[in-house]
Design a protein around this ligand. Structure first.
Ligand code: FAD
Ligand code: UDP
Length: 389
């Protein structure tokens, strides 16, 4: 008998398995249909001995000291600040758009104040910023929007930025300084020995059993379990009752080259003519020293494994219908990027899973208190301290 059946061994599932077993002594079975743990953050050594991310580049960054401290129990870190170049008009220039980007593209020598004026003179007035197009044209104008955002977004999502929520392109800021870091979070670091090693340490507990290469549906009626944590796609859980919830997929093309380095930055974005959105080179990200180098191309797809929820109003409406069903499932917690249909980064998923755990723990404490009060005739409890009359 398992106290918890956890579907999915990615961040959401692994954090909850670790907390439930480690903090509450629960017996946990964690099952994943893939043949490895780690979900999309899984990493491994390829045939050349280079540490790669099979599901695309995963760069850890967070402003949450709680999340960073929590994960630090399972890994040491290598400080890493990611940098991205955009291939535009035959040049490689920093993205997010910054002072260097504009000066290089237009052959100018603006300072930060002048760049602010440059942006203001080109920015379009938008009454209410609603879409991913609004976000960018209202800041930098249409020309830079078209060069950097429109083509990339159409490729990545199969939709024009005007059809996507503002939150999508709002992930990428605009800067008037020369700061060329992709992220500005307080904590930016990679697990020193990789994500998979970190996941192994999280799941190494006598109360946690791991079952890989298994769809939970194959075993859900065969084994005894009390509660479930579900981290797969929410529409699949309900057999697509209201129709398919759109998720965007990617095809990853991996290559290894007999070169010290393939490109001048960890990631190069291709907003325009190529079928891929970006190429990432792992050695920048992992810090590994090797005489060869491995890269991954990302080619957006409508069909395939679900990687990205697609943030737009009509999808959110459909998700709300599924969410209403999740609320009726009293024995199941829905957690993670696919199960809550949220375009979350790794740290946000960890934060969400830790919050779920706190709720589970609080509910368990309340239950104990109710039991205690029933047996002892206790009337009230304050701050978890049982008060007797
Ligand atoms: P997942 O990692 O998707 O785990 C869910 C697991 O459930 C999967 O392993 C799946 O196989 C399993 N599952 C589903 N259905 C079933 C079933 N029926 N039975 C059994 N198992 C099942 N975040 C960052 O912070 N930084 C980045 O740089 C970054 N880069 C990214 C790049 C790409 C290309 C992608 C796609 C995502 C990126 N992310 C990044 C986001 C990050 O991958 C997610 O936030 C995180 O991995 C989500 O964890 P999760 O546990 O919710 O889901
Ligand atoms: N984006 C873009 N051009 C870029 C980088 C990003 O148009 O050079 C847009 C695009 O819509 C992308 C979104 O901004 O999907 C978020 O970018 P991010 O790099 O955060 O995407 P992720 O790493 O999640 O795939």
């Amino acid at each position: 008998m398992f106290d918890y059946l956890i579907v999915g061994a990615g961040f959401a599932g692994a954090v909850l398995a670790e907390r439930l077993a480690g903090e509450m002594g629960k017996k946990v079975l964690i099952v994943d249909k893939r043949h490895h743990i780690g979900g999309n953050a899984f990493d491994c050594y390829n045939g050349a001995g280079i540490l790669i991310h099979p599901y695309g580049p995963h760069i850890f960054h967070t402003n949450s000291s709680d999340v960073f401290e929590y994960l630090s129990k399972f890994t040491a870190w290598r400080p890493y600040e990611h940098r991205v170049l955009g291939s535009v008009d035959g040049q490689l220039v920093p993205i997010p758009i910054n002072l260097t980007t504009v000066n290089t593209l237009y052959g100018l020598e603006l300072n930060s104040f002048q760049l602010e004026e440059f942006f203001e003179s080109r920015a379009e007035k938008v009454e209410q910023v609603k879409t991913s197009e609004d976000v960018v044209v209202s800041k930098v104008g249409r020309e830079l929007y078209e060069k950097f955002f429109q083509g990339y977004t159409r490729k990545q999502w199969g939709l024009d930025p005007s059809e996507l929520d503002a939150s999508v392109t709002a992930r990428v800021p605009t800067r008037t300084s020369k700061d060329d870091r992709y992220f500005t979070d307080k904590f930016q670091a990679m697990p020193l020995h990789g994500y998979t090693r970190m996941f192994e340490r999280m799941l190494h507990h006598p109360n946690i059993k791991i079952m890989l290469g298994t769809d939970y549906r194959e075993i859900v009626d065969e084994i005894k379990w009390d509660r479930m944590i579900y981290t797969g796609p929410v529409d699949a859980f309900f057999d697509f009752r209201y129709g398919k919830l759109p998720y965007r997929s990617l095809e990853f093309v991996h290559e290894t080259h007999n070169l010290e380095t393939f490109q001048p930055a960890g990631t190069v974005n291709y907003p325009n003519n190529q079928p891929y959105t970006r190429i990432s080179e792992f050695k920048y990200i992992t810090g590994q020293k090797h005489s060869q180098t491995s890269v991954v191309y990302e080619l957006p797809r409508a069909e395939g494994d679900p990687y990205y929820p697609i943030p737009r109003a009509e999808n959110q409406e459909l998700y709300k219908k599924y969410q209403a069903l999740t609320e009726l499932e009293t024995r199941v917690h829905f957690v993670g990027r696919l199960a809550t249909y949220k375009y979350y980064n790794m740290d946000q998923v960890v934060g969400q899973a830790l919050a779920t755990f706190r709720r589970i723990q609080e509910a368990a404490l309340e239950k104990v208190e109710v039991k205690a009060s029933a047996t002892l005739g206790v009337r009230s409890s304050v701050n978890g301290t049982v008060m007797t009359k």
